[in-house]
Design a protein around this ligand. Structure first.
Ligand SMILES: Nc1ncnc2c1ncn2[C@@H]1O[C@H](COP(=O)(O)OP(=O)(O)OP(=O)(O)O)[C@@H](O)[C@H]1O
Length: 509
Protein backbone atom coordinates (compact mmCIF):
# COMPACT_ATOMS: atom_id res chain seq x y z
CA UNK A 1 0.00 0.00 0.00
CA UNK A 2 1.15 3.55 -0.77
CA UNK A 3 2.15 5.54 2.32
CA UNK A 4 -0.36 8.26 3.27
CA UNK A 5 2.45 10.81 3.33
CA UNK A 6 6.05 10.66 2.20
CA UNK A 7 8.71 13.33 2.76
CA UNK A 8 11.64 13.19 0.35
CA UNK A 9 14.79 15.19 1.09
CA UNK A 10 12.94 18.18 2.55
CA UNK A 11 15.10 21.17 3.48
CA UNK A 12 14.01 24.53 4.83
CA UNK A 13 16.07 27.39 6.28
CA UNK A 14 15.03 30.54 8.11
CA UNK A 15 17.98 32.90 7.69
CA UNK A 16 20.93 31.16 9.29
CA UNK A 17 18.77 28.50 10.98
CA UNK A 18 18.46 25.22 9.07
CA UNK A 19 15.05 24.17 10.45
CA UNK A 20 14.80 21.05 8.23
CA UNK A 21 17.78 19.38 6.57
CA UNK A 22 17.29 16.59 4.03
CA UNK A 23 14.34 15.07 5.88
CA UNK A 24 13.05 11.80 4.40
CA UNK A 25 10.52 9.39 5.90
CA UNK A 26 7.10 7.99 5.18
CA UNK A 27 3.92 7.55 7.16
CA UNK A 28 1.91 4.37 6.63
CA UNK A 29 -1.78 4.69 5.85
CA UNK A 30 -4.00 3.75 8.79
CA UNK A 31 -1.23 4.21 11.36
CA UNK A 32 -0.49 6.53 14.25
CA UNK A 33 2.94 7.98 13.62
CA UNK A 34 4.81 9.86 16.35
CA UNK A 35 7.28 12.64 15.56
CA UNK A 36 9.52 13.57 18.49
CA UNK A 37 12.56 15.75 19.03
CA UNK A 38 13.96 18.51 21.20
CA UNK A 39 12.50 22.02 21.11
CA UNK A 40 13.60 23.55 17.85
CA UNK A 41 14.35 20.19 16.20
CA UNK A 42 12.15 21.16 13.25
CA UNK A 43 8.94 19.17 13.83
CA UNK A 44 6.51 22.07 13.50
CA UNK A 45 8.34 23.39 10.44
CA UNK A 46 7.99 20.04 8.69
CA UNK A 47 4.29 19.85 9.52
CA UNK A 48 3.81 23.43 8.34
CA UNK A 49 5.33 22.40 5.00
CA UNK A 50 2.90 19.48 4.78
CA UNK A 51 0.02 21.79 5.66
CA UNK A 52 1.00 24.43 3.10
CA UNK A 53 2.04 27.20 5.52
CA UNK A 54 5.64 27.11 4.39
CA UNK A 55 7.18 26.10 1.11
CA UNK A 56 10.21 23.84 1.38
CA UNK A 57 13.47 25.19 -0.11
CA UNK A 58 13.97 21.78 -1.73
CA UNK A 59 12.56 18.25 -1.61
CA UNK A 60 9.17 16.70 -2.32
CA UNK A 61 6.00 15.81 -0.44
CA UNK A 62 4.01 12.82 -1.73
CA UNK A 63 0.40 12.21 -0.74
CA UNK A 64 -0.89 8.70 -1.49
CA UNK A 65 2.14 8.14 -3.72
CA UNK A 66 1.70 11.27 -5.80
CA UNK A 67 4.02 14.23 -5.68
CA UNK A 68 2.09 17.33 -4.62
CA UNK A 69 3.07 20.94 -4.53
CA UNK A 70 1.08 22.17 -1.53
CA UNK A 71 1.24 25.96 -1.52
CA UNK A 72 -1.64 26.86 0.82
CA UNK A 73 -3.48 25.22 3.69
CA UNK A 74 -6.57 25.32 1.48
CA UNK A 75 -4.78 22.98 -0.93
CA UNK A 76 -3.69 20.76 1.96
CA UNK A 77 -7.30 20.48 3.15
CA UNK A 78 -8.30 19.61 -0.43
CA UNK A 79 -5.81 16.72 -0.28
CA UNK A 80 -7.31 15.40 2.95
CA UNK A 81 -4.73 16.83 5.35
CA UNK A 82 -6.12 18.26 8.58
CA UNK A 83 -4.28 20.02 11.36
CA UNK A 84 -5.19 20.55 15.02
CA UNK A 85 -3.02 23.37 16.30
CA UNK A 86 -1.61 23.91 19.78
CA UNK A 87 -3.55 27.14 19.95
CA UNK A 88 -7.07 26.58 18.74
CA UNK A 89 -8.31 28.55 15.78
CA UNK A 90 -11.93 28.96 16.84
CA UNK A 91 -14.18 32.02 17.01
CA UNK A 92 -15.07 32.20 20.71
CA UNK A 93 -18.55 33.75 20.49
CA UNK A 94 -19.71 31.53 17.63
CA UNK A 95 -21.34 28.15 18.00
CA UNK A 96 -19.61 24.90 17.10
CA UNK A 97 -21.77 24.69 13.98
CA UNK A 98 -20.85 28.21 12.84
CA UNK A 99 -17.17 27.49 13.42
CA UNK A 100 -17.33 24.36 11.31
CA UNK A 101 -19.21 26.15 8.53
CA UNK A 102 -16.83 29.13 8.47
CA UNK A 103 -14.54 28.93 5.49
CA UNK A 104 -16.34 25.95 3.97
CA UNK A 105 -18.44 25.96 0.86
CA UNK A 106 -20.37 29.19 1.65
CA UNK A 107 -24.14 29.22 2.00
CA UNK A 108 -23.45 30.09 5.63
CA UNK A 109 -26.83 31.65 6.20
CA UNK A 110 -29.05 29.19 4.37
CA UNK A 111 -31.25 27.46 6.92
CA UNK A 112 -31.44 24.23 4.92
CA UNK A 113 -27.67 24.07 4.64
CA UNK A 114 -27.29 24.73 8.36
CA UNK A 115 -29.73 21.97 9.25
CA UNK A 116 -27.97 19.57 6.92
CA UNK A 117 -24.55 20.42 8.39
CA UNK A 118 -25.86 20.10 11.92
CA UNK A 119 -27.23 16.65 11.15
CA UNK A 120 -23.93 15.63 9.62
CA UNK A 121 -22.01 16.87 12.66
CA UNK A 122 -24.27 14.92 14.99
CA UNK A 123 -23.65 11.83 12.90
CA UNK A 124 -19.85 12.30 13.05
CA UNK A 125 -20.00 12.89 16.81
CA UNK A 126 -21.85 9.62 17.22
CA UNK A 127 -19.50 7.64 14.98
CA UNK A 128 -16.35 8.94 16.68
CA UNK A 129 -17.86 9.23 20.17
CA UNK A 130 -17.06 12.94 20.21
CA UNK A 131 -18.88 14.51 23.09
CA UNK A 132 -19.76 17.88 21.49
CA UNK A 133 -23.04 19.76 21.10
CA UNK A 134 -23.05 21.46 17.66
CA UNK A 135 -25.15 24.32 19.03
CA UNK A 136 -22.93 25.11 22.03
CA UNK A 137 -20.94 28.35 22.03
CA UNK A 138 -17.14 27.89 21.97
CA UNK A 139 -16.59 30.22 24.94
CA UNK A 140 -18.72 27.95 27.12
CA UNK A 141 -16.64 24.85 26.34
CA UNK A 142 -13.71 23.40 28.29
CA UNK A 143 -10.30 23.20 26.65
CA UNK A 144 -10.78 19.49 25.98
CA UNK A 145 -14.16 20.11 24.34
CA UNK A 146 -12.70 22.89 22.16
CA UNK A 147 -10.09 20.46 20.96
CA UNK A 148 -12.83 17.98 20.07
CA UNK A 149 -14.46 20.76 18.02
CA UNK A 150 -11.18 21.16 16.09
CA UNK A 151 -11.13 17.43 15.42
CA UNK A 152 -14.80 17.46 14.43
CA UNK A 153 -14.08 20.31 12.00
CA UNK A 154 -11.30 18.31 10.37
CA UNK A 155 -13.39 15.16 10.08
CA UNK A 156 -16.24 17.20 8.59
CA UNK A 157 -13.78 18.50 5.99
CA UNK A 158 -12.99 14.86 5.14
CA UNK A 159 -9.49 14.75 6.61
CA UNK A 160 -7.76 11.47 5.85
CA UNK A 161 -4.57 12.43 7.66
CA UNK A 162 -4.75 14.38 10.87
CA UNK A 163 -1.76 16.27 12.30
CA UNK A 164 -1.87 16.90 16.04
CA UNK A 165 0.78 19.26 17.44
CA UNK A 166 1.21 18.75 21.21
CA UNK A 167 -2.47 17.95 21.68
CA UNK A 168 -2.26 16.91 25.33
CA UNK A 169 -0.20 19.82 26.70
CA UNK A 170 -3.35 21.54 27.98
CA UNK A 171 -5.48 18.48 28.76
CA UNK A 172 -6.24 16.78 32.05
CA UNK A 173 -5.48 13.05 32.40
CA UNK A 174 -9.12 12.14 31.72
CA UNK A 175 -9.31 14.41 28.67
CA UNK A 176 -6.12 12.82 27.33
CA UNK A 177 -7.63 9.35 27.74
CA UNK A 178 -10.75 10.35 25.84
CA UNK A 179 -8.69 12.02 23.09
CA UNK A 180 -6.73 8.78 22.64
CA UNK A 181 -9.96 6.83 22.35
CA UNK A 182 -11.04 9.14 19.52
CA UNK A 183 -7.67 8.75 17.81
CA UNK A 184 -7.93 4.96 17.99
CA UNK A 185 -11.39 5.08 16.39
CA UNK A 186 -10.04 7.37 13.68
CA UNK A 187 -7.31 4.85 12.98
CA UNK A 188 -9.77 1.95 12.93
CA UNK A 189 -11.53 3.74 10.07
CA UNK A 190 -8.30 3.43 8.06
CA UNK A 191 -7.25 7.02 8.61
CA UNK A 192 -3.79 8.29 9.51
CA UNK A 193 -2.55 10.34 12.45
CA UNK A 194 0.68 12.27 12.89
CA UNK A 195 1.27 12.99 16.56
CA UNK A 196 3.85 15.49 17.78
CA UNK A 197 4.45 15.25 21.50
CA UNK A 198 7.17 15.60 24.12
CA UNK A 199 5.55 12.98 26.32
CA UNK A 200 7.25 9.69 25.68
CA UNK A 201 4.64 7.80 27.72
CA UNK A 202 2.05 8.86 25.14
CA UNK A 203 4.30 7.82 22.28
CA UNK A 204 4.67 4.36 23.82
CA UNK A 205 0.94 4.12 24.52
CA UNK A 206 -0.58 5.08 21.21
CA UNK A 207 1.81 5.20 18.25
CA UNK A 208 2.81 2.48 15.79
CA UNK A 209 5.96 4.13 14.43
CA UNK A 210 8.19 6.91 15.68
CA UNK A 211 10.47 9.29 13.80
CA UNK A 212 13.05 11.12 15.89
CA UNK A 213 14.39 14.52 14.77
CA UNK A 214 17.37 16.46 16.02
CA UNK A 215 18.71 19.79 14.72
CA UNK A 216 16.51 19.62 11.61
CA UNK A 217 17.48 16.05 10.65
CA UNK A 218 15.95 12.62 11.07
CA UNK A 219 18.15 10.76 13.55
CA UNK A 220 16.04 7.68 14.12
CA UNK A 221 13.01 5.76 12.92
CA UNK A 222 11.69 2.85 14.94
CA UNK A 223 8.53 0.87 15.40
CA UNK A 224 7.08 1.51 18.84
CA UNK A 225 6.82 -2.17 19.72
CA UNK A 226 10.59 -2.57 19.53
CA UNK A 227 11.69 0.50 21.47
CA UNK A 228 11.54 1.97 24.98
CA UNK A 229 11.21 5.41 26.53
CA UNK A 230 14.89 5.32 27.48
CA UNK A 231 16.01 4.51 23.94
CA UNK A 232 13.80 7.28 22.50
CA UNK A 233 15.09 9.80 25.05
CA UNK A 234 18.63 8.86 24.20
CA UNK A 235 18.01 9.29 20.46
CA UNK A 236 16.30 12.65 20.96
CA UNK A 237 18.88 14.27 23.17
CA UNK A 238 21.97 12.36 22.09
CA UNK A 239 22.78 11.28 25.65
CA UNK A 240 20.99 9.36 28.41
CA UNK A 241 18.55 11.33 30.56
CA UNK A 242 18.97 11.06 34.32
CA UNK A 243 15.84 9.63 35.88
CA UNK A 244 16.66 10.98 39.34
CA UNK A 245 18.43 14.30 39.84
CA UNK A 246 20.80 14.87 42.75
CA UNK A 247 19.59 17.09 45.60
CA UNK A 248 20.84 18.00 49.07
CA UNK A 249 19.05 16.43 52.08
CA UNK A 250 15.83 18.17 53.15
CA UNK A 251 16.85 20.81 55.63
CA UNK A 252 14.45 23.76 55.49
CA UNK A 253 15.41 27.09 57.07
CA UNK A 254 13.40 30.08 58.28
CA UNK A 255 9.83 30.76 57.21
CA UNK A 256 9.68 32.77 53.99
CA UNK A 257 5.98 32.79 53.16
CA UNK A 258 2.98 32.56 55.43
CA UNK A 259 -0.46 32.56 53.86
CA UNK A 260 -3.44 32.65 56.19
CA UNK A 261 -7.16 32.80 55.63
CA UNK A 262 -6.78 33.79 52.00
CA UNK A 263 -10.05 34.25 50.14
CA UNK A 264 -10.82 35.30 46.61
CA UNK A 265 -14.26 36.00 45.22
CA UNK A 266 -14.77 37.19 41.66
CA UNK A 267 -17.01 40.06 40.50
CA UNK A 268 -19.94 37.68 40.05
CA UNK A 269 -19.60 36.50 43.64
CA UNK A 270 -18.07 33.12 42.76
CA UNK A 271 -15.57 31.87 45.34
CA UNK A 272 -12.30 31.07 43.61
CA UNK A 273 -10.17 30.57 46.72
CA UNK A 274 -11.41 29.68 50.19
CA UNK A 275 -9.49 29.47 53.48
CA UNK A 276 -6.03 29.00 52.03
CA UNK A 277 -3.46 28.50 54.82
CA UNK A 278 0.10 27.29 54.38
CA UNK A 279 3.71 28.18 55.03
CA UNK A 280 6.84 27.85 52.95
CA UNK A 281 10.39 27.82 54.30
CA UNK A 282 13.76 28.63 52.84
CA UNK A 283 15.36 25.72 51.02
CA UNK A 284 12.22 23.74 50.33
CA UNK A 285 10.07 23.13 47.29
CA UNK A 286 6.37 22.93 47.98
CA UNK A 287 4.32 21.74 45.04
CA UNK A 288 0.68 22.55 44.57
CA UNK A 289 -0.86 19.62 42.76
CA UNK A 290 -4.32 19.58 41.29
CA UNK A 291 -6.33 19.40 38.11
CA UNK A 292 -5.93 22.75 36.35
CA UNK A 293 -8.68 25.27 37.08
CA UNK A 294 -8.97 24.52 40.80
CA UNK A 295 -7.61 27.81 42.08
CA UNK A 296 -3.86 27.24 41.62
CA UNK A 297 -3.53 29.94 38.95
CA UNK A 298 -5.42 32.50 41.05
CA UNK A 299 -3.22 31.72 44.05
CA UNK A 300 -0.07 32.31 41.99
CA UNK A 301 -1.52 35.55 40.62
CA UNK A 302 -2.13 36.81 44.16
CA UNK A 303 1.30 35.79 45.44
CA UNK A 304 3.04 37.46 42.50
CA UNK A 305 1.06 40.67 42.94
CA UNK A 306 -0.90 40.39 39.69
CA UNK A 307 -4.21 40.17 41.52
CA UNK A 308 -5.61 41.42 44.82
CA UNK A 309 -7.04 38.95 47.32
CA UNK A 310 -10.56 39.57 48.68
CA UNK A 311 -9.33 38.98 52.23
CA UNK A 312 -6.66 37.19 54.21
CA UNK A 313 -3.00 37.76 54.89
CA UNK A 314 0.17 37.00 53.00
CA UNK A 315 3.39 37.53 54.94
CA UNK A 316 6.72 37.45 53.11
CA UNK A 317 9.84 37.34 55.30
CA UNK A 318 7.76 38.42 58.28
CA UNK A 319 6.10 41.47 56.67
CA UNK A 320 2.70 41.63 55.07
CA UNK A 321 2.82 42.03 51.31
CA UNK A 322 1.79 45.57 50.34
CA UNK A 323 -1.29 44.88 48.25
CA UNK A 324 -2.78 48.30 48.94
CA UNK A 325 0.42 50.26 48.33
CA UNK A 326 1.07 49.85 44.64
CA UNK A 327 3.50 52.75 44.22
CA UNK A 328 6.51 53.95 46.14
CA UNK A 329 7.14 57.52 47.32
CA UNK A 330 8.30 58.63 43.84
CA UNK A 331 5.16 57.22 42.27
CA UNK A 332 7.07 54.37 40.65
CA UNK A 333 5.12 51.12 40.41
CA UNK A 334 6.09 48.75 43.18
CA UNK A 335 6.36 45.18 42.08
CA UNK A 336 6.74 42.14 44.24
CA UNK A 337 9.84 41.38 42.18
CA UNK A 338 11.51 44.37 43.82
CA UNK A 339 10.87 42.70 47.17
CA UNK A 340 12.58 39.45 46.14
CA UNK A 341 9.77 37.38 44.68
CA UNK A 342 10.65 35.80 41.34
CA UNK A 343 7.85 34.54 39.10
CA UNK A 344 7.83 32.11 36.21
CA UNK A 345 4.23 32.53 35.02
CA UNK A 346 2.30 29.56 33.78
CA UNK A 347 1.23 31.24 30.56
CA UNK A 348 4.61 32.41 29.33
CA UNK A 349 3.29 34.07 26.17
CA UNK A 350 0.72 36.12 28.07
CA UNK A 351 2.63 37.02 31.22
CA UNK A 352 6.25 35.93 30.81
CA UNK A 353 7.58 37.52 27.63
CA UNK A 354 6.74 40.17 25.06
CA UNK A 355 6.83 38.23 21.83
CA UNK A 356 7.82 41.05 19.51
CA UNK A 357 10.71 42.22 21.70
CA UNK A 358 14.21 40.84 21.46
CA UNK A 359 15.59 38.10 23.65
CA UNK A 360 17.86 40.69 25.30
CA UNK A 361 14.99 43.07 26.09
CA UNK A 362 13.05 40.16 27.54
CA UNK A 363 15.90 39.33 29.93
CA UNK A 364 15.40 42.73 31.56
CA UNK A 365 11.61 43.04 31.98
CA UNK A 366 10.55 43.42 35.58
CA UNK A 367 14.10 44.23 36.61
CA UNK A 368 14.71 47.35 34.52
CA UNK A 369 15.51 49.45 37.59
CA UNK A 370 18.52 47.25 38.27
CA UNK A 371 20.22 47.81 34.93
CA UNK A 372 20.50 51.57 35.02
CA UNK A 373 23.71 53.50 35.56
CA UNK A 374 24.14 56.21 38.17
CA UNK A 375 22.52 58.80 35.88
CA UNK A 376 19.37 56.73 35.65
CA UNK A 377 20.00 55.65 32.06
CA UNK A 378 20.05 52.08 30.78
CA UNK A 379 23.52 50.63 30.78
CA UNK A 380 23.36 48.80 27.48
CA UNK A 381 26.85 47.30 27.70
CA UNK A 382 25.99 45.75 31.05
CA UNK A 383 22.62 44.52 29.70
CA UNK A 384 24.30 42.89 26.70
CA UNK A 385 27.01 41.27 28.82
CA UNK A 386 24.46 39.98 31.31
CA UNK A 387 22.25 38.63 28.51
CA UNK A 388 25.18 36.82 26.87
CA UNK A 389 26.02 35.20 30.21
CA UNK A 390 22.44 34.06 30.76
CA UNK A 391 22.05 32.61 27.25
CA UNK A 392 25.21 30.60 27.78
CA UNK A 393 24.43 29.45 31.33
CA UNK A 394 20.91 28.35 30.42
CA UNK A 395 21.85 26.91 27.03
CA UNK A 396 19.35 28.99 25.05
CA UNK A 397 19.36 27.99 21.37
CA UNK A 398 20.00 29.84 19.12
CA UNK A 399 21.95 32.11 21.49
CA UNK A 400 21.18 35.28 19.55
CA UNK A 401 20.29 38.22 21.87
CA UNK A 402 18.78 40.29 19.03
CA UNK A 403 16.28 37.68 17.81
CA UNK A 404 12.61 38.39 18.47
CA UNK A 405 11.78 36.03 21.31
CA UNK A 406 8.58 34.94 19.53
CA UNK A 407 10.78 33.16 16.99
CA UNK A 408 12.40 30.92 19.61
CA UNK A 409 10.82 27.55 20.28
CA UNK A 410 8.62 27.35 23.37
CA UNK A 411 11.25 25.54 25.42
CA UNK A 412 13.88 28.12 24.65
CA UNK A 413 11.50 30.98 25.51
CA UNK A 414 10.95 29.25 28.84
CA UNK A 415 14.70 29.03 29.45
CA UNK A 416 14.96 32.81 28.94
CA UNK A 417 12.17 33.47 31.46
CA UNK A 418 13.74 31.16 34.03
CA UNK A 419 17.18 32.67 33.43
CA UNK A 420 15.80 36.18 34.02
CA UNK A 421 14.02 35.22 37.24
CA UNK A 422 16.83 33.08 38.67
CA UNK A 423 19.49 35.70 37.94
CA UNK A 424 17.64 38.27 40.06
CA UNK A 425 18.46 36.12 43.12
CA UNK A 426 14.96 35.88 44.59
CA UNK A 427 14.17 34.72 48.13
CA UNK A 428 10.91 33.21 46.96
CA UNK A 429 10.37 31.75 43.53
CA UNK A 430 6.86 31.15 42.20
CA UNK A 431 6.93 28.69 39.35
CA UNK A 432 3.84 27.80 37.28
CA UNK A 433 3.90 24.79 34.92
CA UNK A 434 7.62 25.28 34.20
CA UNK A 435 7.95 22.53 31.64
CA UNK A 436 4.73 22.72 29.61
CA UNK A 437 5.58 21.99 25.96
CA UNK A 438 9.25 21.58 26.86
CA UNK A 439 11.44 18.69 25.67
CA UNK A 440 12.94 16.16 28.06
CA UNK A 441 16.52 17.42 27.82
CA UNK A 442 15.30 20.91 28.70
CA UNK A 443 13.07 19.54 31.48
CA UNK A 444 16.18 18.01 33.00
CA UNK A 445 18.03 21.32 32.82
CA UNK A 446 15.07 23.34 34.24
CA UNK A 447 14.65 20.84 37.08
CA UNK A 448 18.37 20.97 37.82
CA UNK A 449 18.19 24.78 38.06
CA UNK A 450 15.21 24.68 40.42
CA UNK A 451 16.83 22.07 42.67
CA UNK A 452 20.02 24.14 42.76
CA UNK A 453 18.02 27.20 43.88
CA UNK A 454 16.42 25.11 46.61
CA UNK A 455 19.81 23.86 47.77
CA UNK A 456 20.98 27.48 47.89
CA UNK A 457 18.15 28.28 50.30
CA UNK A 458 15.47 29.77 48.04
CA UNK A 459 11.85 28.94 48.93
CA UNK A 460 10.07 27.58 45.86
CA UNK A 461 6.35 27.26 45.28
CA UNK A 462 5.66 25.07 42.27
CA UNK A 463 2.31 24.68 40.56
CA UNK A 464 2.20 21.70 38.26
CA UNK A 465 -0.45 19.43 36.83
CA UNK A 466 2.25 16.87 35.99
CA UNK A 467 2.54 14.43 38.88
CA UNK A 468 5.88 13.19 37.55
CA UNK A 469 7.22 16.71 37.87
CA UNK A 470 5.81 17.04 41.38
CA UNK A 471 7.49 13.78 42.33
CA UNK A 472 10.82 14.87 40.85
CA UNK A 473 10.96 18.25 42.60
CA UNK A 474 8.80 18.56 45.70
CA UNK A 475 9.68 18.20 49.36
CA UNK A 476 6.04 18.64 50.35
CA UNK A 477 2.86 18.47 48.28
CA UNK A 478 -0.28 20.52 48.85
CA UNK A 479 -3.34 19.41 46.91
CA UNK A 480 -6.01 21.87 45.79
CA UNK A 481 -9.50 21.16 44.61
CA UNK A 482 -12.41 23.56 44.10
CA UNK A 483 -10.37 26.52 45.40
CA UNK A 484 -9.53 24.82 48.72
CA UNK A 485 -6.61 22.86 50.10
CA UNK A 486 -7.78 19.29 50.40
CA UNK A 487 -4.63 17.74 51.79
CA UNK A 488 -0.91 17.79 52.30
CA UNK A 489 1.65 15.02 51.83
CA UNK A 490 5.36 14.69 52.45
CA UNK A 491 7.29 13.48 49.42
CA UNK A 492 7.87 10.10 51.13
CA UNK A 493 4.08 9.67 51.16
CA UNK A 494 3.78 10.21 47.38
CA UNK A 495 1.02 7.97 46.16
CA UNK A 496 -0.87 8.60 42.94
CA UNK A 497 -4.12 7.02 44.14
CA UNK A 498 -4.20 9.14 47.26
CA UNK A 499 -3.27 12.25 45.29
CA UNK A 500 -5.99 11.44 42.77
CA UNK A 501 -8.60 11.26 45.53
CA UNK A 502 -7.46 14.56 47.04
CA UNK A 503 -7.39 16.17 43.59
CA UNK A 504 -10.94 14.98 43.09
CA UNK A 505 -11.97 16.84 46.24
CA UNK A 506 -11.83 14.08 48.88
CA UNK A 507 -10.72 15.82 52.05
CA UNK A 508 -8.00 14.40 54.25
CA UNK A 509 -9.56 13.10 57.48
N1 LIG B 1 9.28 31.77 11.09
C1 LIG B 1 10.49 31.52 11.58
N2 LIG B 1 11.51 32.41 11.45
C2 LIG B 1 12.73 32.15 11.96
N3 LIG B 1 13.09 31.01 12.56
C3 LIG B 1 12.13 30.08 12.71
C4 LIG B 1 10.79 30.28 12.25
N4 LIG B 1 10.06 29.17 12.54
C5 LIG B 1 10.90 28.33 13.16
N5 LIG B 1 12.15 28.85 13.27
C6 LIG B 1 13.34 28.20 13.84
O1 LIG B 1 13.48 26.93 13.20
C7 LIG B 1 13.89 25.94 14.13
C8 LIG B 1 12.90 24.78 14.12
O2 LIG B 1 11.71 25.20 14.75
P1 LIG B 1 10.41 24.30 14.91
O3 LIG B 1 9.34 25.19 15.49
O4 LIG B 1 10.12 23.59 13.65
O5 LIG B 1 10.89 23.25 16.03
P2 LIG B 1 10.01 22.19 16.85
O6 LIG B 1 10.75 20.92 16.77
O7 LIG B 1 8.62 22.18 16.38
O8 LIG B 1 10.10 22.79 18.33
P3 LIG B 1 9.05 22.74 19.58
O9 LIG B 1 9.13 21.36 20.14
O10 LIG B 1 9.62 23.74 20.56
O11 LIG B 1 7.70 23.12 19.07
C9 LIG B 1 14.03 26.64 15.47
O12 LIG B 1 15.39 26.98 15.66
C10 LIG B 1 13.18 27.89 15.33
O13 LIG B 1 13.66 28.92 16.17
Amino acid sequence: MQPAVEFRNISKAFGAVQANADVSFSIAKGSIHGVIGENGAGKSTLMSILYGYYNADSGQVLIDGQERNIRTSHEAIGLGIGMVHQHFMLVENFTVLDNVMLGTEGGFKLAAHRAETEAKLREICKRYRLDVDPLAKIEDLSVGAQQRVEILKQIYRSAETLILDEPTAVLTAQETASLFEILRLFKEQGKTIILITHKLGEIMEITDQVTVMRAGRVVGAVSTATTSKEELANMMVGRPIQSELPRAPYNPGAEVLNVSGLQLTDAAGVRLLADIDFTLRAGEIVAIAGVSGNGQSELMEILSGMRLPTSGKVAFLGSELPYAKRHDADGLPKTFRDLGIGHVPEDRLRDGVIKDFSVMQNTVFGYQERVKNRWGLFNFDAIAARCAGLLKAFDVRPSDPDLRIGLLSGGNQQKVVIAREVSAKPKLMLVGQPTRGVDIGTIESIHTQLLRLRDEGVAILLVSVELEEVRALADRIIVMSGGRITGELKIEEFDTTRLGLLMGGMRKQ
